[in-house]
Design a protein around this ligand. Structure first.
Ligand SMILES: [Zn+2]
Length: 59
């Protein structure tokens, strides 16, 4: 499962995909005991300072 951490009220509309215009950074989430990749966290970049962020399930 992938999740996206996206700023609210930014000047651009963010998409919940790795191809978002802001070029979100990704981070692999693993469960140590299983050594299996369980998903990715995509951290989006706000083009203007945003104080509110929301986590969305996404692609
Ligand atoms: Zn974005």
């Amino acid at each position: 499962m992938n999740v996206h951490v996206m700023p609210l009220g930014d000047v651009v509309a963010h998409e919940g995909t790795p191809e978002c215009v802001c070029g979100p950074g990704d981070e692999v989430v693993q469960i140590n005991s299983a050594a299996a990749q369980v998903g990715m966290i995509f951290h989006h970049y706000a083009l203007q300072p945003c104080t509110e962020w929301e986590v969305f399930p996404g692609a």
